[in-house]
Design a protein around this ligand. Sequence first.
Ligand code: NAP
Length: 143
Amino acid sequence: MKIGMLGAGSVALSVARHAIEQGHEVLLSNRSGTSKLADALLELGPRASVVTFAEAAAAPVAELARGARVVKAFNNIIMTNFNAGPVRDQARRVLFVSGDDSDAKAFVTEFINKMGFRTIDLGGLKEGGKMQQAGGPLGGHDF
Ligand SMILES: NC(=O)c1ccc[n+]([C@@H]2O[C@H](COP(=O)([O-])OP(=O)(O)OC[C@H]3O[C@@H](n4cnc5c(N)ncnc54)[C@H](OP(=O)(O)O)[C@@H]3O)[C@@H](O)[C@H]2O)c1
C-alpha cells in the first residue's frame, strides 16, 4: 500500500522505516522540501519519496475529505521508546488504537502487530483518542 505521511519528522520517519520493512511505499511531505530529507531518503531507499502535502494527503490511507476513515495510533509513545523496538524486558511494547471504522482500525492494528508491537483497542476516536494523546492518562507512558 502507498502510505502518505503529513509531516516528515521523528514520528513519520520512525513509522516509515517499519512500513518499508513490511513492503509498503511511503510518501513523505513536509514544509521545507526534499533538501532537509536527503539523509532520510538515502536511509529509507527507493520505496520512499518526497511529495507535496496534497499528494501525501491523497494517498489511500490519508483521506482528509468528508468520509475519511481516521484511526488514531502511535500517539501515546515517545519516539525514543518506539525506536528502541517492540520488545522490552522480554515483553512486547503496547500501542493503543482508537477509531470509529472497524475495517480501518483492523488494518492499522494488523500493521502495528506486524511490526512486532502489541495493540490495545481503546474504542472510538473521541473517547479513546483523548486517552492516548498528550495530557491523557496513557500519553507518554512506556507500556
Ligand atoms: N516525537 C514523539 O515522540 C511523539 C510521540 C507521539 C506523538 N507525537 C506527535 O506527533 C506529531 C509529530 O511529532 P514529531 O516529533 O514527528 O514532530 P517533528 O519532528 O517536529 O516533525 C514535524 C513535521 O511536520 C512538518 N510540518 C509541520 N507543519 C507543516 C505544515 N504546515 N505543512 C507541511 N508540513 C508541516 C515539518 O516539516 P518541516 O521539517 O519542513 O518544518 C516536519 O516534517 C506531533 O503532533 C507530536 O505531538 C510525537
